[in-house]
Design a binder for this molecule. Structure first.
Ligand SMILES: NC(=O)c1ccc[n+]([C@@H]2O[C@H](COP(=O)([O-])OP(=O)(O)OC[C@H]3O[C@@H](n4cnc5c(N)ncnc54)[C@H](OP(=O)(O)O)[C@@H]3O)[C@@H](O)[C@H]2O)c1
Length: 233
């Protein structure tokens, strides 16, 4: 798919990664619709993108999540691609966690993006693309992140299955698994405190790779041995 003219919905455009992908896509000629939780940040993102269509949502409103793609398609006259870029994290060893925190992680990081993307399946044309941010933690476990890893692995497994199912409809599904990026995400944990993290990988490089992967129909965005983005599939 060409980026110029692409009708793209970014859900979680109020976040650092989602906002950067939306901005780069718009710069390259895509037509954006954005969704976010925080009303002030959402209004600012939409305004910065020329007043593009925007929708408020919360991960706990799964029916609202499922309706986002149809709403964006209505506003843009169709929809070619969707990215979920929202999520949350909690730190602490498994025995220090709680059912409430795990439930929160699984809702925000798995059930809600699944609802958004399931909704998109009813809207995207043949040749359409979907992508979700999971994370390197799916393939490289890290102590203190059991609940977060479980939620991201659940989303990743869903993406793998849907990729198989959608092959005959020529819809592509990208699992984006960046390593740590300096977005401040770890500092906004809902529980626990982040350990000392390594220096973040190259954020603009991952943002550009995510957009390239979405347009080229890649299945996986991961890091190579030098923490640079690699697309495959
Ligand atoms: N940063 C990293 O190192 C890294 C690495 C791998 C994967 N990821 C993944 O990338 C995604 C984006 O992270 P980021 O670094 O851009 O962090 P960020 O700037 O903190 O963005 C988080 C986003 O999630 C949204 N959000 C949080 N809770 C929500 C809820 N209950 N309902 C709806 N939206 C909610 C926020 O919405 P509001 O701002 O509107 O409240 C914001 O748009 C996350 O899924 C994260 O797991 C990040």
């Amino acid at each position: 798919m060409e980026i110029a003219g692409l009708r793209l919905l970014v859900v979680g455009a109020t976040g650092v990664i989602g906002g950067a992908v939306a901005a780069l896509a718009a710069e390259r000629g895509a037509h954006l619709a954005v969704a976010g939780r925080d009303p002030a940040r959402l209004a600012a993102v939409s305004q910065a993108l020329g007043g593009c269509p925007n929708s408020r949502f919360d991960a706990y409103d799964l029916a609202g999540c499922a309706a986002l793609a149809r709403r964006a398609a209505g506003a843009l006259g169709g929809l070619d691609a969707v990215l979920t870029a929202f999520g949350t994290v909690a730190f602490g060893r498994a025995e220090e966690g709680s059912d409430a925190v795990d439930e929160h992680l699984l809702t925000v990081n798995a059930l809600a993006p699944i609802a958004v993307l399931r909704g998109a399946l009813g809207v995207l044309p043949a040749g359409g693309a979907m992508a979700a941010l999971t994370g390197a933690v799916v393939s490289a476990p890290m102590a203190g992140l059991a609940g977060y890893a479980a939620s991201k692995a659940a989303l990743s497994a869903w993406l793998d299955t849907v990729r198989l199912e959608q092959h005959r409809h020529r819809r592509t599904v990208l699992d984006a698994r960046p390593p740590h990026l300096d977005t401040g995400f770890a500092g906004r944990a809902v529980a626990g405190t982040a350990p000392r993290l390594p220096a973040g990988a190259d954020l603009p490089a991952y943002v550009a790779a995510l957009l390239d992967g979405l347009c080229s129909g890649a299945a996986l965005l991961a890091a190579d041995g030098a923490n640079r983005p690699v697309l495959s599939g």
